[in-house]
Write a protein that binds this ligand. Structure first.
Ligand code: NAG
Ligand code: NAG
Length: 475
């Protein structure tokens, strides 16, 4: 892996060099992949302003974040410090790939376990606040309660809430909680999917239990970019104006320039090198999707029938601790890999998603539409065939397909309890990869990607907003 110097240079060069130890930032991620990754990526950007970053979690979650990161190597950045906290052991409940609600139970285990981080975190903050002029805590929206009372009263500690989802999703919650009565300037499409089957009841209660802690925050941080979501950032600003809380769109957090490696490249990148431009669809459903055997089979057949080139990441859902216990091996139809050896590549280990999306041969992404994947796909200019599973994914799909028009549905969320047949998979893949409509969408996505990447360069909207965020936290 190489450090992305180019990205680092884009920030921290605008007369905003901050004296070390003056201000330090503490990242408190929620311990599940999509969340760990976003705050680790944000750490890279903050550290490029010469601000020391302290990233906290259990040893296993910190390791998970480090080994899975794409596009740069955290060990090459001297001012990102990892703090491995010890907490009592926790055991994941196994996922139910056949259940009606696809929300993965390990996230509840993670939520419960994360509450044990309060005391070691308090010790760290007490220590840091005694030497630094100011300690800025950026915590996941699910982690507010981990900042215990003892910490809240330290005068030089200031906290910011990181929302791991789109501004669109957050605004929809607010809009719905106000009885949908507020005028949203036509920014909200018709037929927003309900949250039914998106979360378990227990997890919704867990989310609500964190709301109270928002009152302690000095601002909200989003992994989004005004190029993509200015309408929703403006609406959020309108909502928080009265209590003087600022909303910062600092994304995309992922590197936007990928420097191709010369050595030790993943085999799927070597394979991509041999394919025609925009000819490959990348298929991955992230770390929180458990597909049952019947659905895997339909997907396998559909991909094969489409006759399009594909890279399919076949993995089971993560556990609360990804380094312990057995992993269910997802079974493909007998002889499948051999039968697609000229068109497809099946990958079973962790894949370099960002590099795949950045590769010129990749022309489409079949995705569950988790927010990380959406941001990565949009920054690399790749259109999406959306197959949402749970959480914010159905709503991200609306943003991608209806608002931004850089993607299509694989199946409508209304039919979520039905199996997606091989014909539906084939139709979606050919529509995206081999139709005029698909080509137009690819052009649109490529243009959006150019604008998103531009936003992170000096003078771009995200870079400018990042500079003001840094000026604000170091004021
Ligand atoms: C999480 O904690 C709550 C409250 O302490 C408890 O009722 C619930 O069973 C726990 N769930 C899991 C999955 O550990
Ligand atoms: C789902 O249900 C089917 C049939 O009831 C069963 O054979 C299978 O093992 C179950 N689990 C998965 C992961 O498919």
């Amino acid at each position: 892996m190489t450090t992305n110097h180019q990205d680092n240079q884009n920030h921290g060069q605008n007369g905003l060099q901050v004296k070390e130890q003056e201000v330090v930032v503490v990242m408190v991620p929620f311990p599940a992949q999509g969340h760990l990754n976003q705050l680790l990526q944000l750490s890279r950007l903050v550290s490029s302003y010469n601000i020391p970053v302290h990233y906290v979690g259990t040893a296993s979650h910190n390791l998970q974040a480090k080994v899975r990161v794409h596009g740069w190597n955290p060990l090459n950045i001297f001012n990102v410090h990892f703090h491995d906290f010890e907490i009592p052991p926790f055991v994941s409940c196994p996922p139910d790939a056949n259940g009606t609600c696809k929300f993965p139970p390990h996230l509840q285990t993670c939520f419960n376990a994360s509450k044990q981080l309060g005391h070691p975190l308090a010790q760290l903050l007490v220590q840091l606040s005694s030497t630094a002029r100011k300690v800025i805590v950026i915590h996941d929206s699910l982690m507010g309660s981990v900042l215990i009372q003892e910490v809240r009263v330290i005068p030089n500690v200031e906290s910011y809430c990181f929302h791991s989802v789109s501004a669109f999703s957050i605004y929809l919650y607010i809009w719905e909680s106000m009885g949908k009565s507020i005028d949203a300037n036509d920014a909200i499409p018709k037929d927003i999917p309900s949250l039914e089957d998106c979360f378990t009841k227990e997890f919704l209660d867990s989310i609500s239990s964190e709301y109270d802690y928002r009152k302690f925050n000095s601002g909200n941080v989003y992994n989004t970019c005004r190029v993509i979501e200015s309408a929703y950032m403006d609406l959020l600003d309108r909502e928080t104006m009265s209590n003087k809380i600022k909303n910062w769109a600092l994304g995309p957090f992922n590197p936007v320039t990928i420097v191709p490696q010369k050595k030790n490249r993943h085999f799927c990148l070597e394979w991509l090198d041999k394919q025609a431009p925009n000819s490959v669809v990348y298929v991955s459903f992230g770390t929180t999707t458990a597909m049952n055997d019947a659905q895997i089979k339909e997907l396998a057949i559909g991909l094969k029938q489409s006759n399009q080139k594909f890279i399919w990441l076949v993995r089971d859902v993560d556990k609360a601790d990804v380094f312990s216990g057995e992993v269910r091996r997802v079974e493909l139809p007998k002889g499948y890999e051999d039968s697609v050896k000229y068109t497809g590549l099946v990958v079973r280990d962790w894949s370099p998603q960002l590099e795949i999306l950045a590769h010129p041969s990749t022309g489409g992404f079949m995705s569950h539409c988790g927010w990380n994947s959406c941001m990565e796909s949009m920054s690399m200019g790749v259109p999406i065939a959306a197959w949402p599973m749970h959480s914010d994914q159905p709503r991200n799909t609306v943003l991608i397909t209806q608002v931004l028009k850089v993607g299509i549905f694989v199946r409508d969320w209304a039919h979520r309890q039905e199996i997606v047949t091989s014909n539906m998979v084939e139709t979606a893949v050919t529509r995206l990869m081999a139709s005029k409509e698909g080509d137009e969408m690819r052009n649109k996505a490529a243009e959006l990607g150019r604008q998103v990447r531009q936003s992170m360069r000096e003078g771009g909207v995200s870079c400018t907003e990042f500079n003001s965020f840094v000026a604000h936290i170091t004021r």
